[in-house]
Design a protein around this ligand. Structure first.
Ligand SMILES: [Zn+2]
Length: 222
């Protein structure tokens, strides 16, 4: 897999490891984890720390506080060990490997029924069922389409599944995750040869900054 450039914030991974994030955000984070060995290691670290706290064991000196030492202790728990990544093209997202997302898709990604919400923008809402579910959806943006500048009333996690977009933060490609808090303001524009498909978890409506955005918002339903 290509190198992933954008990852969840450390706080987000810690909350995920502690089971303190809502269902929608959890799906986005775990789908990213299925692609990102670096973040899997970070979560395993947090889980190990959390487990040690729960067990109330004697603290162990961590001179070798490296992951190597952790895996040694983890022994046979191969299931935790990151699998070897296989190289693949930059824009080729392995949907089949993204188990967390698969559980929420009612049809293969290429057969999804999209609802057009604005010129060049379509969405498909996925049903999160659990307690504290949040809002989980797929967004498809045609190349060259720019979303109106907006902020968020709550944190938002966006995982790029296909295609690419760029905004004030940088370029986002498959596997990259944008972890935006309620202060963040951005204007994503899809680019490249194919539609940009993102998996997005939000828990509150977006807040558009300009008039066009505010007019579009009721129609977009974001
Ligand atoms: Zn990552």
């Amino acid at each position: 897999m290509r190198n992933i450039s954008h990852h969840p914030k450390t706080e987000t991974l810690a909350e995920y490891a502690a089971g303190r994030i809502d269902e929608a955000r959890s799906v986005v984070v775990s789908t990213h984890l299925s692609l990102c060995a670096e973040c899997r290691l970070a979560v395993a670290d947090f889980e190990a720390l959390g487990g040690a706290c729960l067990e109330d064991v004697e603290p162990v000196a961590m001179e070798n506080s490296s992951m190597a030492a952790f895996w040694e202790r983890a022994g046979e728990q191969d299931i935790l060990r990151p699998k070897e990544e296989t190289p693949r093209a930059a824009n080729d997202f392995d949907f089949a490997a993204a188990q967390p997302l698969q559980a929420y898709l009612s049809s293969p990604i290429d057969e999804i029924k999209w609802r057009t919400v604005a010129p060049g923008v379509a969405q498909h809402v996925l049903q999160a069922q659990g307690y504290r579910q949040g809002v989980l959806r797929l967004l498809k943006i045609s190349p060259g389409t720019q979303l109106p500048k907006h902020t968020h009333k709550a944190d938002e996690l966006t995982l790029i599944l296909r295609g690419a977009y760029r905004d004030e933060i940088g370029e986002f490609r498959p596997g990259d995750l944008a972890d935006l808090d309620d202060e963040a303001e951005h204007t994503p524009t899809a680019f490249g040869d194919e539609d940009c498909i993102c998996l997005i978890a939000t828990s509150a409506p977006l807040v558009f900054k300009d008039l066009v955005g505010r007019i579009v918002q009721p129609f977009v339903g974001l």
